[in-house]
Design a protein around this ligand. Structure first.
Ligand code: ACO
Length: 335
């Protein structure tokens, strides 16, 4: 049986920096409120006509491919995680296959929001462990900024999210003590609507409804979040799924060299850090600079941590996510 390891990482964020003060010019909010509740100082917003979710993913992927020391034609499969695809259909996986000029390999789109990258890594790992594929490209990319309610009405959600992409190459590893040791995935659809974007869809708000009603007060096509409920569930599920991963491998929190939590909210990361008694050197956060980039947040953070020398050979690295669905998961890696 083979194992999989991350052999290359990359990320891309658009140039346009949007500070909390910039947001306070278009809605009733403040730098103080945003920093105190979320830790966010600034985020990136794509300028119209420049990037898309796919193009950002492609840029991150090119860097990951180069760093993995492989050719694009060595990629056997593509996994693309996003909640903000370029098109309703087809998904961005095939657009990456086209735009990277890769031969006609399979492309899978993952719809697990903030947990998307963790789900994607788990899928890639299993394909490699089974022997089916040797190199799998996993991308998380989001373009939130042009789908948010940028008025005071939407401020509880809109200040949190930012745009960007991250990518990883998972490669076959013969040494079973190295690479992805385990992954753990969960969902609880009972709370699906607590963090959701309802329209357009073929459930409650059909495209034809929206066109016929032309209701200027319709906010069903903006994301909705029950913030406090999400917070309460997130801190519990993050902790549970990290412990589940550690226990599966007969490890404990003291064995973690680097925890890369999904960058949901700095307060959530700090809660988890405190609960496990981890030092600042054992947890990586960059939400201050990018906001919450959903499926992109873990690969962007992992890439930055690796670039800064904070993820080294032999380290125990833990990825953990919680988000809309609700879905949550963890990946335990021996680097
Ligand atoms: N600026 C100023 N005031 C605001 C803003 C804003 N951007 N947003 C909301 N407010 C106001 C509200 O209108 C409310 O005013 P009121 O008391 O007059 O009604 C007041 O601030 C408090 O609002 P709450 O929503 O109760 O604020 P809360 O303390 O819960 O903080 C937050 C909101 C930061 C979203 C918090 O609930 C939270 O951290 N939730 C976790 C969810 C999360 O992090 N989601 C990230 C995405 S999901 C994921 O990645 C897992």
């Amino acid at each position: 049986m083979y194992n999989s390891r991350i052999s290359g990482l990359g990320y891309y964020v658009p140039e346009n920096v949007v500070t909390n003060d910039d947001l306070s010019k278009v809605m009733d909010t403040s730098d103080e409120w945003i920093q105190e509740r979320t830790g966010i100082k600034e985020r990136r917003h794509v300028e119209k006509g420049t990037d898309t979710t796919t193009s950002m993913g492609v840029k991150a992927a090119k860097q990951a491919i180069e760093r993995a020391g492989i050719d694009k034609d060595d990629i056997d499969f593509i996994v693309f995680a996003t909640l903000s695809p370029d098109y309703y259909f087809p998904g961005p996986g095939v657009l990456v296959q086209r735009d990277l000029g890769i031969k006609t390999v399979g492309a899978l789109d993952v719809r697990n929001q903030c947990s998307g990258f963790v789900y994607g890594v788990s899928v890639a790992d299993q394909y490699i462990k089974s022997g089916m594929y040797k190199n799998v490209l996993v991308i998380g990319s989001e373009l939130h900024s042009h789908g948010l309610d940028m008025t005071t009405r939407g401020r509880g959600v809109s200040v949190i999210f930012g745009d960007g992409a991250g990518a990883a190459i998972l490669t076959r590893e013969e040494d079973s003590s190295k690479g992805v040791l385990s992954s753990h995935l969960h969902s609880e659809g009972q709370h699906a609507e607590e963090l959701s974007l309802i329209a357009p869809g073929m459930g409650k708000r059909w495209v034809t409804d929206i066109i016929e009603e032309k209701d200027p007060e319709d906010i069903s096509y903006f994301p909705y979040m029950n913030g406090q409920f999400v917070f309460k569930n997130a801190v519990v599920r993050f902790s549970e799924v990290i412990m589940e991963g550690l226990q599966t491998n007969n490890l404990g929190p003291q064995d973690i060299d680097m925890l890369i939590p999904h960058q949901a909210n700095l307060r959530i990361s700090q809660f988890v850090q405190k609960k496990f008694g981890l030092s600042d050197d054992q947890v990586f956060n960059n939400i201050m600079n990018y906001g919450n980039t959903t499926a992109a947040s873990i690969p962007i953070a992992l890439t930055e941590a690796w670039e800064q020398g904070k993820v080294k050979e032999g380290d125990l690295v833990v990825l953990a996510a919680f988000g809309s669905g609700f879905t949550w998961g963890s990946v335990i890696i021996r680097w």
